[in-house]
Design a protein around this ligand. Structure first.
Ligand SMILES: NC(=O)C1=CN([C@@H]2O[C@H](COP(=O)(O)OP(=O)(O)OC[C@H]3O[C@@H](n4cnc5c(N)ncnc54)[C@H](O)[C@@H]3O)[C@@H](O)[C@H]2O)[C@@H](O)CC1
Ligand SMILES: [K+]
Length: 223
């Protein structure tokens, strides 16, 4: 199976969005629905979603919306500065607010108590903190958040890639979510199968999210 770096994936994403005209939010919605498809909805009713403010976080918020629409109990946490959120993250953030879904913000250590309480009453944590955009070591509140999630006995599902794993090398950038399952989008990310990748990703499922072959070929050919 073809393995891609984050640069290749970015190129494929932007070819889909800019050259073909599939809006990023459509790809995000497809991604969210593919994650829902991979959750055993008969067994899990209580969820904690932890989202960053990039597109991986946007996926997480869209997943939270669908779970809520399906009648599940969902606690949504956002870590990072929403004012620096990606466009599609912000769209999904506003949708959740318009649906009156409460969003907990992790801005200081005190806020982690809410997260701890939530994971105690949940059965599944959805990890949407970082995806292919992780670019440096994870520290501070992010590191503590990951530690709380890893210590819980919840089933942990990572969106695209476990947060903390380099999608290019499979190296751990200081700390990493230890997932039970990773649903990765369209193509296998190199880091999922190199170095620590498989140890941290758990079961890996590759789900197409509607990217046309022409975009994929273009992305792969340019590297
Ligand atoms: N339109 C698209 O391009 C699509 C993207 N998708 C999702 O988007 C993800 C990639 O999104 P992005 O490129 O926005 O990147 P991420 O969502 O992975 O995160 C980028 C953000 O994290 C920050 N960051 C990076 N390393 C950090 C660190 N160590 N500590 C604190 N902050 C850090 C960056 O400054 C940036 O704000 C994919 O993994 C996938 O889940 C999917 O929604 C499908 C469509
Ligand atoms: K993730």
């Amino acid at each position: 199976m073809e393995k891609v770096t984050s640069k290749q994936m970015n190129l494929i994403d932007s070819f889909c969005i800019k050259a073909i005209g599939i809006p990023g939010i459509v790809l995000m919605e497809n991604a969210a629905l593919k994650v829902i498809k991979n959750i055993d909805l008969n067994s899990y009713n209580n969820f904690t979603i932890v989202a960053g403010v990039g597109n991986n976080g946007g996926d997480g918020l869209a997943i939270g919306r669908h779970l809520s629409v399906l009648g599940k109990n969902v606690n949504v946490f956002v870590i990072g500065n929403v004012r620096h959120g990606s466009k599609d993250f912000v769209t999904n953030y506003s949708i959740l607010r318009n649906m009156n879904i409460h969003i907990h913000h992790i801005l200081e250590r005190e806020d982690l108590k809410h997260l701890q309480k939530s994971v105690r009453s949940s059965e599944m944590v959805i990890d949407a903190i970082f995806g292919t955009g992780l670019s440096r070591n994870i520290e501070g509140l992010f590191e503590r958040t990951i530690s709380i999630i890893n210590k819980s006995d919840n089933f942990i599902l990572s969106v695209d890639i476990p947060s903390g794993l380099s999608s290019d090398t499979g190296e751990i950038l200081n700390t990493c979510i230890k997932a039970d399952k990773t649903v990765t989008f369209q193509l296998l990310k190199k880091g999922l199968v190199e170095n620590s990748g498989e140890k941290y990703a758990g079961e890996i499922v590759v789900e197409p999210i509607g990217m046309p072959k022409i975009a994929i070929e273009k992305g792969l050919r340019n590297f």
